[in-house]
Design a protein around this ligand. Structure first.
Ligand code: ATP
Ligand code: MG
Length: 424
């Protein structure tokens, strides 16, 4: 379930129960999971199944809050739906069938009746809305959640980017007409672009035409982040910020988008999100309709809008890390400042303690490495964890009356006064 409040704004590293490690598990081949496990953000339970540790949960919560703000700005209303699923509802659309959905996890009640374990929520949400939508006056409605999805994926080799259990934001739109739907769909596409900008991968993420959907055109839109770790192949126009998935890459689609084949380059990419016209497929299946201005019964027009939060987190690690470790954008970093005290004598400790207090009193999010370990180990851990600014306190910096601040992304080093650090 979504956690609204960050549990703590700051922390002493000596209290953090997680430890960094030199080696990732042998069976972990994906860079994102290797780094996240080594740095103590996630724990691998088994293939495709990961636990989020304090640092990892902080990142997820920040991603979640950015998405929540943008979904609320669209007029979305947040709910939390069930994991256990009633087969009767899914049989109405035909999607209970393993031939139709090949990655269901299913289980049984004590009385031997089957239940599903949620992998998406079109059917149950449309079904529950029958209680609340009767007239055109009840529409449009946009409803979303952050919910753990379960999918029996054949391959789980991409670390947290393809989980058998993963956190998704799924929004569903309910409109009176196809025109109203299309208008919202475009607004949702813009909100998605904003989300990917805010989490730091906007420049390398492209709205991409893909297969599926129930528009007359028969297309959907994916948001694809260029990365060699991606499972998809896309054709990108970098200037126009558009792309086409290989599965629908034809002369017609290129022309429809007003693109030129010569300007397109083939890239590997990660699908971080997608938006999907559903037409009236699910509303008709479960019997969700409304009465229009003329008293006539009409079908509700739907769309679905997904973002894999855990995949997004993995994508940031894949695309922004370097050979020393993770590089978090400030917007989703577990902390803003990594305060590192060196030397371990009383004077340095007292100075660093006081600085920690000042920073935390003024609301800055700080991880304070107050551990009694070597400079080398502290710096290596700090690079691995990837907090945007490292503030170093040592005998040398105290003598200068300043703190040494290193920007993780660029390595840029600057001596800062306390005020400068507080206003960073
Ligand atoms: P894919 O094509 O990668 O299998 P999908 O098209 O089935 O994904 P949806 O069911 O529409 O994806 O899910 C919405 C979003 O959830 C995707 O865009 C992706 O970001 C994320 N997602 C899907 N499957 C997984 C998974 N197994 N692990 C992590 N995130 C996932
Ligand atoms: Mg897909």
């Amino acid at each position: 379930m979504g956690v609204l409040i960050l549990i703590f704004k700051h922390m002493r590293q000596s209290h953090l129960f997680t430890k960094t490690r030199r080696e990732a598990p042998k069976d972990e081949t994906a860079k994102n999971a290797q780094l996240l496990i080594r740095a103590g953000f996630v724990h691998k339970e088994m293939a495709g199944v990961y636990t989020y540790l304090p640092l990892g949960l902080r990142v997820l919560n920040k991603i979640e809050n950015i998405i929540r703000e943008e979904m609320n700005a669209l007029g979305g209303q947040e709910i939390n739906m069930t994991t256990l699923q009633d087969p009767a509802i899914w049989k109405k659309s035909g999607r209970w069938d393993d031939e139709m959905v090949d990655n269901w996890f299913k289980t049984k009640l004590k009385n031997d009746e089957e239940v599903g374990i949620a992998n998406t929520h079109e059917e149950p949400l449309s079904n529950l809305l029958k209680q609340h939508i009767a007239s055109y006056k009840d529409l449009p409605k946009y409803i979303y959640q952050f919910q753990t999805k379960f999918r029996n994926e054949l391959r789980a080799k991409s670390g947290i980017m393809r989980g058998r259990e993963f956190l998704m934001k799924d929004m569903y739109s309910f409109d009176t007409t196809e025109e109203a739907f299309k208008d919202f769909y475009e607004r949702a596409a813009q909100a998605y672009a904003k989300i990917f900008d805010r989490v730091g991968i906007g420049e390398i993420t492209y709205r991409t035409v893909a297969a599926g959907g129930s528009f007359t055109s028969g297309y959907t839109d994916e948001f694809q982040t260029v990365s060699d770790a991606g499972e998809d192949t896309i054709y990108v126009d970098e200037k126009k910020k558009r792309a086409i998935n290989k599965e629908v890459y034809t002369d017609e689609v290129v022309a429809e988008l007003g693109l030129d084949k010569k300007a397109l380059t083939e890239k590997k990419a990660i699908e971080v999100g997608n938006i999907f016209p559903l037409g009236t497929k699910y509303s008709d299946a479960v019997g969700l309709s409304y009465i229009n201005e003329n008293g006539k019964k009409q079908s509700v027009h739907m769309g679905s809008y997904g973002i894999g939060l855990t995949r997004l987190m993995g994508t940031v690690v894949e695309t922004l890390s370097d050979d020393k470790g993770i590089v978090w954008p400030e917007s989703i970093a577990p902390f803003k400042i990594h305060l590192v005290s060196l030397g371990g004598d009383d004077e340095v400790n007292a100075y660093a303690d006081a600085l920690y207090k000042k920073l935390t009193d003024s609301g800055v999010e700080v991880l304070y490495d107050d551990r009694d370990t070597s400079t080398g180990a502290k710096f290596a851990d700090s690079d691995l964890i990837g907090i945007p600014y490292r503030a170093v306190v040592s005998k040398k910096t105290i003598d200068k009356g300043k703190t040494e601040v290193v920007e993780r992304a660029t390595g840029k080093t600057e001596m800062m006064t306390e005020d400068e650090l507080l206003n960073l």
